[in-house]
Design a protein. Structure first.
Ligand code: ADP
Ligand code: ASP
Ligand code: MG
Length: 408
């Protein structure tokens, strides 16, 4: 008998029929003698609908109130799933994040989990109930409802698994595992039976929407056994995220390709080339809680330099506003921006022991006439920024160039 946390995403609970299917799956695991905690997302499309509703009333929604609104999506699905389970004779109880007490900080719309009280869940499990928890949400010290950022139910699932010391966390979604890239873009993409934690962390941080980055971070920190599976298949092993490379791992140089459409680039031209400038530019951006991703500073010839960086597209207008204020202050020439860029990244632990990976990537893009605007690398990834209109082409040709459609 094991304690298993199962997380079901939006598509998996997207209709009453699908919720009943989830209930049947939960019942099957329960019948095998396991203790089950279920984390659910809102029905697919619901969070978008709620955000649009908020924006129809207030163009830039107040973050605290936005969290009050968007958290309701998950409150509906926990109740529905509890009813579906009771209907087939399984005792179950639903909880919002606040009722469990998933304690977070107060950064509305992207709060971080600080602790989880497992008392109520343990009591229910001991009494033979299935516990159902709303994903994506928590509560801060003052009792305000918070949410964890888009895709945050993954993080709720893994964090609950960590808090309960569960034997496994199963992420049920609309694909049967982690693929070499998004199968919606490249139909030849291949399911991986295993992926290392390091690679999964890179893929998620580079924009692969299959798992929210913080869920992978939690899995790493608390060594949660994490598996991605399909909620539409009866059987299947899905993809296991492993902490060690073992003999079962494929020996590919590149394991996957990630991309991020949610990027925008800002360049400050003609910045004086002297100490403290990077801080003067990025300090106010950080103070506004805007995440900066890639940063490039060119070496200038006339005592000035160009300074470029990328931010999430949703924060582009805000970041531009901040920099227009900073610009005159630091004596730069102008600020220009481009919110029609995307980032494409190749990821693989095999890169450590192979050379020529970058040149293959750059040659492949050059052959298609795709201009690279920015490059950044780490030991196991290479990322490039390109014009958004070439994104799908770039992902397809890179997938082919690195033979990702064939098993290594
Ligand atoms: P859920 O609602 O279940 O959380 P998401 O839409 O958040 O589902 O994530 C699943 C989707 O992630 C898939 O439908 C797929 O299009 C996308 N995806 C992106 N990259 C990958 C990848 N490398 N492997 C599998 N799916 C991926
Ligand atoms: N419902 C939230 C979202 O759409 C959280 C999630 O699905 O993981 O982002
Ligand atoms: Mg998701």
């Amino acid at each position: 008998m094991a304690l298993i946390v199962q997380k079901y995403g939006g598509t998996s609970v997207g209709s009453p029929e699908r919720i009943k299917n989830v209930a049947n799956r939960v019942a099957k695991w329960k019948a095998q003698g396991h203790d089950i905690v279920v984390v659910v997302s809102a029905m697919s499309g619901e969070t978008n609908r709620l955000i649009a509703l908020a924006k129809a009333v207030q163009a830039t929604p107040d973050p605290r109130e936005l969290d009050v609104i968007v958290s309701t999506g998950e409150q509906v699905t926990i109740g529905l799933l509890a009813m579906a389970l009771k209907d087939i004779g399984i005792d179950a109880r639903s909880y919002t994040g606040a009722q469990v007490r998933v304690l977070t900080d107060s950064t509305f719309t992207k709060a971080r989990i600080q602790s989880i009280d497992d008392a109520a869940m343990r009591k229910d499990l001991n009494e033979g109930r299935v516990v159902i928890v709303a994903g994506f949400q928590g509560v801060d010290e003052e009792g305000n409802i918070t949410t964890l950022g888009r895709g945050g139910s993954d993080t709720s699932g893994v964090a609950l698994a960590a808090a309960l010391k569960a034997d496994e966390c199963q992420i049920y979604t609309d694909v049967d595992g982690v693929y070499t890239t998004d199968p919606r873009i490249v139909p030849e993409a291949r399911k991986l039976d295993r992926i290392t934690f390091e690679e999964m962390l890179e893929m998620a941080s580079l924009g692969s929407k299959i798992l929210q980055i913080r869920s992978v971070e939690f899995a790493g920190k608390y060594k949660v056994k994490l598996r991605v599976l399909s909620s539409f298949q009866e059987d299947g092993e899905g993809t296991l995220i492993t902490f060690e490379e073992d003999e079962k791992m494929e020996k590919a140089v590149i394991s996957g390709i990630a991309f991020n459409r949610d990027e925008a680039k800002i360049t400050i031209k003609g910045v004086p080339d002297k100490p403290g400038i990077a801080y003067q530019i990025l300090g106010p951006v950080a103070d506004a809680n805007i995440d900066v991703d890639m940063i490039i500073q060119n070496v200038g010839e006339d005592g000035t330099t160009d300074f470029s960086f990328t931010v999430p597209r949703g924060e582009y207008a805000k970041a531009m506003g901040i920099l227009e204020g900073v610009q005159s202050h630091i004596g730069s020439k102008s600020v220009i921006g481009d919110d029609k860029i995307n980032k494409v990244s190749i990821v693989g632990v095999g890169m450590r022991s192979h050379c020529g990976v970058a040149s293959t990537m750059f040659r492949t893009l050059a052959e298609e006439g795709i201009n690279i605007q920015m490059i950044s690398t780490s030991e196991i990834k290479i990322s490039v920024v390109i014009d958004e209109k070439y994104l799908e082409l770039a992902v397809r040709v890179l997938h082919k160039a690195f033979n990702l459609d064939q098993a290594a």
